[in-house]
Structures are given as structure tokens and as C-alpha cells.
Design a protein around this ligand. Sequence first.
Ligand SMILES: Nc1ncnc2c1ncn2[C@@H]1O[C@H](COP(=O)(O)OP(=O)(O)OP(=O)(O)O)[C@@H](O)[C@H]1O
Length: 305
Amino acid sequence: MAIIEVHELGKGYDGHTVLDRISFSVAEGEVFGILGPNGAGKTTAVECVEGLRRPDSGTVRVLGLDPFRQGPELREHIGVQLQHTQLPETIKAWEALDLYASFYDSPRDWRALLEQWDLADKRNTRFAKLSGGQKQRLFIALALVGNPKVTFLDELTAGLDPQARRATWELVKRIRAEGVTVVLVSHFMDEAEELCDRVAVLDRGRIVAVDSPAGLIDGVDTEYRMTFRLMDANGPDPGDLLGNLDEVASVSRTGDLVVVSGRGDFATAVTACLARERVLVSDLRIDKRTLDDAFIALTGRSLQA
Ligand SMILES: Nc1ncnc2c1ncn2[C@@H]1O[C@H](COP(=O)(O)OP(=O)(O)OP(=O)(O)O)[C@@H](O)[C@H]1O
């Protein structure tokens, strides 16, 4: 069952279109990613769905409610972690939870949330004195205190170091395991690949694909990419040698660096050909396609650029 339905949602600022009639739906219980580069319109889209911004056109329904017109009713059932959530520096962890709980008719017991998110010994610690990871867990607890059916997490891991990001991913998996639908806004491919059941790829205000991460990767016409350096830059041209192999889709060269993409028994075919032609190479690396490759295939540019 769809818990969120977005149909032809349009939004612009000062005559400039930011969302160009986007449509997607989110099923109950899934982790749904909205993925795109900075400025693609992700926050605008999600804030229209949360009822925080008024769409110019189209319809949005969350749990059957219109977020803008039925905001107060809807907010009883959603949990939101905004991109730039802040709390007063001196508020204690328990006070923040108690305050947020007071906004809802049937909140969860925040004492249990403190336990669950490993903050029990920090209940009297002021917000400013919490570590980055503890603040992150407190924000998640705050997003869950209203006992939501859907929670929105916007750039949850921006600014965190790799270890803290991975720890946060585990938290998202825990939210999902509790049966809460998660809408995750991110510009990190690896995060979406790890966490999302389905992803909407947003680029310049348009949705260019909605699929599972594996489905998006399958859509890329090549499976592997090999890079290597030529030890003799004046030797035979690798494009001529490799370009005719059935397994090879493309060959590009910049100086002594060669990038070859292909599918099937690609690595064997390429290395056998190089050996046969006595082409010596170094720094050889083979990568399997990732969501980033799918994004490049869909939009013509990298998300990480
Ligand atoms: N309130 C506003 N008034 C005017 N322009 C805005 C407003 N909010 C966003 N924009 C513009 O709309 C575009 C999309 O912004 P939005 O924050 O939705 O993108 P985003 O994909 O979430 O980007 P980021 O990852 O950088 O947050 C940007 O060009 C931004 O400058």
C-alpha cells in the first residue's frame, strides 16, 4: 500500500522552476531514497511532502492526507529530521524529548527511547555537550517520539566521518526494522545503495528514474570498469587492440591512463589480449558498477563531482 503519493508536484521560486511536475509513491515499510546532487530540489520536494512548503501545482497525499491543508492532523503521524535541525545549547537530552513528546497526542515513552538509542546515561547532558553521534541519535529519537508511521531523514550523515556515517546507517536499519517507513534524502550513493529499497533519482528538478539500487545498476549497459596505466605510452593504441573485443563496450585514454568498460568475461578477455599483444600495464584495477555509474548513465554526470 502506498503511504505517500506524489503526482505532478511542481514548485518554483521567483519564476525559477525547482520541481518540474515530479511523481512518485512510497510503499508502507520501505526505505525510500530521494537522491540527487546539491540544488536538485530534494529538500524542496520532501518539505512539500511534509507540509512545510506549499506546492505550486500537483497533488501530494501522505497517509491519505493533504500535507499542506491537513498539516496539524498529518504531523501527528510523521517524524521529521530536518536538514539543519538545531536545539538550544543548554537543553538537556531528556528535556528535548519531553518537549517534543508534548507536541503529540499519543507519544512514545521517551525514557524507553533514551534506552533504545543508547542515551540513557546522557539524559541530563546538555545538547551542546553531546558528541556528534549522540546528537545524531537524539535527533532520531526526537523524530520517533511521536510514534510516527513515516519518518523523513534529510541528509542525516552530512558532515559525519566515515565511521559515524556507518554507525548512523545501522540506526536507519533499526528504524526500518520497527516497521516505520523511512524517506531518506541523500546525496551519497553508497548510503542509498546500502539502505534504500527504492530510490528516486532527482536531477535538475526532474525525476529521471525510480527503481531499486540493484535495478538502477542493472540499467547501466556495462557491468565492469577496468583502469590501468600503460608502461610504454608509445606502444600500440589500446583502443585499437581492445575496441573490437565482444566483451568491451568502450575504451578511453588520457595520457597513459586507460579506462575500459565491459560485461561478461571481460577481465579475462582484456588481460589475455594485452598479454598476447605484449602490452605491459601497471596499477590495474577492476571495479564492479555502482549506483554512481547508474547516476552518470542517467544524468550524464557524477553525483560526487
Ligand atoms: N526558500 C527558497 N527561496 C528561493 N530559492 C530557494 C528556496 N529554497 C530552495 N531554493 C532554491 O531551489 C533549488 C533547490 O534547492 P533544494 O534545497 O530543494 O535542493 P537540494 O537538492 O535539497 O539541495 P541540497 O542538497 O544542497 O540541500 C536551489 O537552487 C535553491 O537555491
